[in-house]
Design a binder for this molecule. Structure first.
Ligand code: DQA
Length: 138
């Protein structure tokens, strides 16, 4: 069984309630059930934190024996050198994910400090972005 860790950063605990016109009406927990059904041969672990250091700790924890990390770092994407360094420090490949197409939004969302450390980036496909990232690890 492949072990995949999904990590969601700040404010993504509010998916389903937060700006539904941008992020949709589905909670991540409901979507996760669907994902686990689609990939029964993967063990999919889920972690969410609003705290940058906790996201880094989780990356370190899983980053040497999991098969993949799907990371939506939320707003830390645009600010965090520390997350970039954490991704560089581990062995497990990381796919960066965004629900929205950040390039159609405010200019401050057009820059990602983590993309260069990641294996690839998937963005703009709504919650489906997570499924497409999982597909990258099959
Ligand atoms: C996001 C895009 C970020 O700019 C934003 O800060 C988020 C969510 C997305 O999934 O579209 O929190 O990562």
């Amino acid at each position: 069984m492949k072990k995949i860790q999904i990590i969601n950063g700040p404010n993504l605990n509010l998916l389903g309630k937060r700006e539904p016109t941008v992020y949709g009406n589905t909670s991540f927990e409901a979507y996760l059930d669907k994902l686990r059904g689609l990939y029964p041969h993967c063990e999919i672990f889920y972690y969410q934190s609003n705290i940058e250091g906790e996201l880094i700790n989780k990356i370190h924890e899983v980053g040497f024996d999991f098969d993949g990390i799907v990371l939506n770092a939320g707003a830390y994407t645009h600010t965090s050198v520390a997350l970039h360094d954490a991704i560089k420090a581990i062995e497990t490949p990381v796919v960066e994910v965004h629900i929205s197409n950040v390039h159609t939004r405010e200019a401050f969302r057009h820059v990602s400090l983590i993309s260069a450390a990641c294996k690839g980036v998937i963005l703009g496909f709504g919650m489906n972005s997570y499924r497409l990232a999982l597909e990258a690890f099959q």
